[in-house]
Structure formats: structure tokens, C-alpha cells
Design a protein around this ligand. Structure first.
Ligand SMILES: Nc1ncnc2c1ncn2[C@@H]1O[C@H](COP(=O)(O)OP(=O)(O)O)[C@@H](O)[C@H]1O
Ligand SMILES: [Mg+2]
Length: 576
């Protein structure tokens, strides 16, 4: 994105807080003005009080000086506190926007974007933008104005000396231009590495059991150390450049001051100027140094902020590939049939994983999907909640194309229990009532009972208020699965998808979960994918999927009798 475009977008973020920014700006301008006044006051102090011994001025002077300090302090307080508050408000807005936007993106987005990168957008990049906005505003409205004010004072005091010394001033800006491009490039690599660090943390902490089980602690530690080291080197580079910038400017500034002292001293000795003018002049010149440093230090944070803004806006402008169509209608309650009409689907637009699927599932039917791993079963059922769109053909529910109805009304009618249970680090109650926290306790208990989860829940001292740990870490696999089933029961959706809901469980918990599932399947249209053929024997219909095609279809006995693909899967199951 172009810098100008980025700035325009950043300005749009500040829009709701314009009035506060205006007040803060006015305060900063006043602070700058008062600072210039302080420098100028050296002149009467020396010439009138010290040299001319003016008593009246000596008595007035402290009053004026104290007032100036007081006012400057007050305005400074308002300027800084208001500015930083606005900065934090902008961060808050960006973070919320990113969160909402990320969750509006389709599943395929998450397959392609590492979690750490998204976390880094919300945590680090948002902070970088805030720093950039505050620094830029302070730099422009406080430091820049102060430079203007002091330059004005200097010229007013002694324009010849001013002109002479300002030949040196541009020298100190040379390093600024030089460093600016480098900072921006560094910032990008820096953020990429931070994202990698976050990713590694996230991956290894969620997978900590596997790391331990495979004894990969050292390997992961090494991988982490390497990434951290890369980050360290980038930061050190940044530190070095940053620390070089100031001394370089200071040295060049020092040359300027030396010239001023030599030429100014000469003017005082020859009577062309007074000591008051000279000291006020030197004071102003020294006071210019800090704001100039401030202005030049804008560069690094602003470059970093722009790079961060680029990443954030790119993310925010990622259009969800799956969106409600304009004028999408509400899907009426499911009554008749779900139909796949010559559906072809691929993840990448090139290699279809489902080919020419024709399938019609009546309401109330239990359809089992079987087939070797990678055949496309999960892909097929994931099309029903419209997690992905078909490449060609269509899927309809009671004749309504999925792309014509709102995602909300579609997904409301579908419950999913998959092999991978998704539980949140919250209470059992809230995990069951996920999606509808207002459900009465009685219904939650009923769902838990039907899911065969009530006994183990009540065995916890805190019962339904037990917090289950991240991803349900404090529960066994079977218990986690029964909570997912209770959640699906409570949702009470007419269409049910079971994707290998029992395959991660041992035989004992499988039996418990199986009975829970049978409760769940009652009066629902069910798509069930299962490893174990025993769990699908009772299905109304079985389809065998291989390499993206339906190769066989029928009832258990009929298919066995045929001696085809199903028979083979069946025999393999018994052999194993
Ligand atoms: N998110 C994805 N991106 C790309 N390819 C995928 C993705 N998910 C699955 N696949 C591929 O699609 C094919 C079907 O996978 P899947 O539907 O998971 O099979 P099954 O559930 O029958 O084991 C496989 O070849 C798999 O590699
Ligand atoms: Mg699968």
C-alpha cells in the first residue's frame, strides 16, 4: 500500500476522536510557545537585571517565570494525557475490528494463516500503530512548533548570527533521511519474526503432550532459540541504528554551537550585541536540539507504524470468500430433503477432492459415509454448513441453494460433533450452552443427562461450574466428547453431522459416547462418518466414498452381499 493511502486510512481511524485531538494539539502549541518564551526571558534577565541592576524587574521576574512554568506544566499534562488516551482508544478500536473481521473469514483462511500471525496483528501491530500516531502528533505539533518558535526567537534576537548558524542545522538532518528507509524494512522483518515466535509458542503449548511424548523438548527448544536469536539480531540492528542517530546529530549540532560561540562572542566584545542577547541565543539553540531530536525520532516509530498499518489494513481488507449474498433469505425450518446436485469441489480450484456427487438425503434419514482416509468424507459434510463453496453443481436444502440463504439461518439448523472436540477454557455449563448462554439450567442438565455426561459432571466438586482447562485439558477424551454431544443436543438442530465422533476413543468410552450419540440422533437427519463399521450398521443408507466419488450405495446387508468396496472395508475392519 502507498504511504499516502495508509495515512488516509489511519486518519480515518482518528475521526471519532477529532475534537480531543484538536484540544491536545492546541495545548501542545501553547507548550511550544511558552518554551520559546522561557528562552527569550534570558535576555532581560542578563541585560536588565544583572547588567543594568533593575530592581523592579528583579521583583517581577520570578512571578512571570513561575507563571510560565505552571502554565507550561498544565498544558503539557493535558496534551500528553489526552493524546495517549486517544491513542489507546484507537488501539482498542483496531483490536476489536480485527477480531470481528477475522471471525467473519471462512475456514479456508485459517488453513492458510498461522495463528501466531493473527495474534501478532492484534497485539503487536496495534501497539505499533498507537506509538506511531502519538509520536507523529507530538513530533508535528509539539516538537515542530517548538522548533519554529525557537527559530523565531533566534532570528528576532540576532538574525545575522542566526543565519550563520543555520547553515549547520541542515547537516543534522542528513542522518534522518539516511536511516528512514532502513527502519521500515527492519520493522517488517521484526514483525515477521515476532509472529514466528508467537506461532512456535502457540503450536508447542497446544501440542505440549505430543512434544513430551516424543521427547522433542530439546528439538523444540532449539527451534525456538533459533527464532528468538533471529529476532534478537534484528532488534540489535535496530538498537544500533537508533543509538547512532542521536550522537551523530549531537556532534553535528555541537559544531554549530561552537561556531555560534565564536562568532557571537566576537560580536559582544566588539559591542555589536549584548551578553543577554548572546545567552538567550545560545539557550535557544540548545533548546532547539531536543525538539529536533524529537522530530527526527518520529521516523523510526512512524515507519514501523506504517508497516504495521499496512499489515493490519491488508488483513482487514481480506474479503471473506464466503459471504451472504445481497438479499439472501432466511432458510425456513428444514422439512424435506438435502440434495447434492452434481457437486464438484476442490480446495485449490485445481484438484477436485469431490467429483460429480449426486445425493439426496430425506429428512429423518441416517446416512452413513464410509471409505478409506482421504477419500473426501469430511470435505463432503463440510459443504453442508457452507464452510466451503462448491466449484460447480449445487447443494440445496428443501430446494433452497445454500448460496441463496444467510449463513446464520443455515448454520442454526446444523449441529456438528467431530473427532476434534472444541471446548473452551470456561465452565462446563458455558461450554454446553455455547452459542446460547441464556438457556435455562434445567435444559442444560437434561442435555448433559442425555449425553451421558451428568454423572461425571456431578462428580466434580464444582459440578457444572467446573472450569475445564484449555481445550478441556482436565477431562478425558470420552468426557470431552460427551460435552460436545451435550452441546449439540442443546442446540437441537434438525441436521446433525457426526464426523468420526468416536474414533479417538477407547472401546469403553466409545460405548458411553455411542449411547449418547443415539440419543442425539433421534428425530434428526444425520450424516455420520465412522471408522468403526459397527457404529453405522444401523444407518438407513450407507454411501462409500473413494477418491471423491460415491462408488457404492445401499444398506449394510445389501452392500455386504455385493462383495464390492464396502465388503472390503468391512473385512479390513474385522481383520484389524
Ligand atoms: N484444508 C484442506 N486444504 C487442501 N486439501 C485438503 C484440505 N482438507 C482436506 N484436503 C484433501 O482433500 C482430500 C479429502 O480429504 P478429507 O475430506 O479430509 O477425507 P476423509 O475425511 O475422507 O478422510 C484429501 O486428499 C485431503 O488431503
Ligand atoms: Mg475426515
Amino acid at each position: 500500500m502507498h504511504t499516502r493511502e495508509l495515512i488516509k486510512k489511519l486518519l480515518r481511524l482518528t475521526k471519532p476522536y477529532r475534537s480531543q485531538l484538536v484540544v491536545a494539539t492546541v495545548c501542545m502549541v501553547l507548550v511550544s510557545g511558552l518554551a520559546s518564551a522561557q528562552a527569550y526571558m534570558i535576555k532581560p534577565l542578563l541585560d536588565e537585571i544583572f547588567v543594568n541592576k533593575d530592581r523592579w524587574l528583579l521583583n517581577i521576574f520570578p512571578l512571570v517565570l513561575i507563571s510560565v512554568f505552571l502554565l507550561k506544566g498544565v498544558f503539557n499534562y493535558f496534551a500528553v494525557s489526552m493524546l495517549d488516551t486517544v491513542g489507546q482508544k484507537i488501539i482498542r478500536d483496531i483490536r476489536t475490528q480485527i477480531f470481528v473481521h477475522v471471525h467473519s473469514l471462512p475456514i479456508s483462511f485459517f488453513h492458510n494463516t498461522p495463528t501466531g500471525e493473527l495474534i501478532s496483528r492484534v497485539i503487536n501491530d496495534a501497539t505499533l500503530i498507537q506509538t506511531a500516531v502519538s509520536r507523529a502528533l507530538i513530533g508535528v505539533f509539539k516538537d515542530m512548533f517548538q522548533v519554529f518558535g525557537l527559530v523565531g526567537v533566534v532570528f528576532y534576537l540576532n538574525w545575522k548570527l542566526a543565519l550563520a548558524s543555520f547553515i549547520f542545522l541542515p547537516l543534522s538532518f542528513i542522518p534522518v533521511a539516511h536511516f528512514s528507509r532502513k527502519f521500515r524494512k527492519l520493522s517488517t522483518t521484526n514483525q515477521q519474526t515476532v509472529a514466528q515466535v508467537t506461532n512456535l509458542m502457540h503450536e508447542t503449548i497446544t501440542g505440549h503432550r505430543i512434544v513430551k511424548a516424543f521427547g522433542m523438548e530439546q528439538y523444540e527448544a532449539k527451534r525456538f532459540a533459533e527464532t528468538i536469536d533471529r529476532l534478537f539480531r534484528i532488534i540489535v540492528k535496530d538498537i544500533k541504528m537508533n543509538s547512532l542517530q542521536s550522537p551523530l546529530m549531537e556532534f553535528l549540532g555541537g559544531i554549530g554551537i561552537t561556531a555560534v560561540i565564536w562568532y557571537g562572542g566576537h560580536q559582544v566584545i566588539t559591542g555589536q550585541s549584548t551578553p543577554g542577547i548572546f545567552f538567550a541565543f545560545v539557550t535557544s539553540m540548545i533548546m532547539i536540539y531536543n525538539p529536533i531530536k524529537g522530530v527526527s525520532n518520529i521516523n523510526s516509530p512512524v515507519q514501523q507504524g506504517l508497516a504495521a498499518a499496512d499489515r493490519i489494513f491488508t488483513l482487514l481488507e481480506t474479503q471473506p470468500a464466503i459471504r451472504d449474498k445481497q438479499g439472501a433469505t432466511t432458510l425456513p425450518p428444514f422439512r424435506e430433503a438435502i440434495a447434492f446436485n452434481n457437486v464438484t469441489f476442490s480446495y485449490d480450484g485445481k484438484h477436485p477432492v469431490l467429483k460429480n456427487i449426486d445425493l439426496r438425503v430425506r429428512a429423518g434419514e441416517v446416512l452413513a459415509l464410509v471409505g478409506t482416509s482421504g477419500g473426501g468424507k469430511t470435505s463432503l459434510v463440510n459443504l453442508i454448513p457452507r464452510f466451503f463453496d462448491v466449484d460447480s453443481g449445487s447443494i440445496t436444502i428443501d430446494g433452497h441453494d445454500l448460496r441463496e440463504v444467510t449463513q446464520k439461518s443455515l448454520r442454526e439448523q446444523i449441529a456438528i460433533v467431530s473427532q476434534q472436540t472444541i471446548l473452551f477454557n470456561d465452565t462446563i455449563k458455558n461450554n454446553i450452552a455455547y452459542g446460547d448462554p441464556s438457556r435455562p439450567m434445567a435444559e442444560i442438565i437434561a442435555a448433559a443427562r442425555a449425553a451421558h455426561a451428568l454423572d461425571f459432571i456431578n462428580a466434580f466438586p464444582d459440578g457444572f461450574d467446573t472450569v475445564i482447562g484449555e481445550s478441556g485439558a482436565r477431562l478425558s477424551g470420552g468426557q470431552q466428547q460427551r460435552l460436545s454431544i451435550a452441546r449439540a443436543l442443546l442446540k437441537n438442530a434438525p441436521i446433525l453431522i457426526l464426523d468420526e465422533a468416536t474414533s479417538a476413543l477407547d472401546t469403553e468410552s466409545e460405548r458411553e459416547v455411542q449411547t449418547a450419540l443415539e440419543n442425539l440422533m433421534q428425530n434428526r437427519t444425520t450424516f455420520v462418518i465412522a471408522h468403526r463399521l459397527s457404529t453405522i450398521r444401523n444407518a438407513d443408507r450407507i454411501i462409500v466414498i473413494q477418491e471423491g466419488r460415491i462408488v457404492e450405495e445401499g444398506k449394510h446387508e445389501t452392500l455386504l452381499g455385493k462383495g464390492g468396496a464396502y465388503k472390503m472395508l468391512h473385512d479390513m475392519q474385522f481383520a484389524a
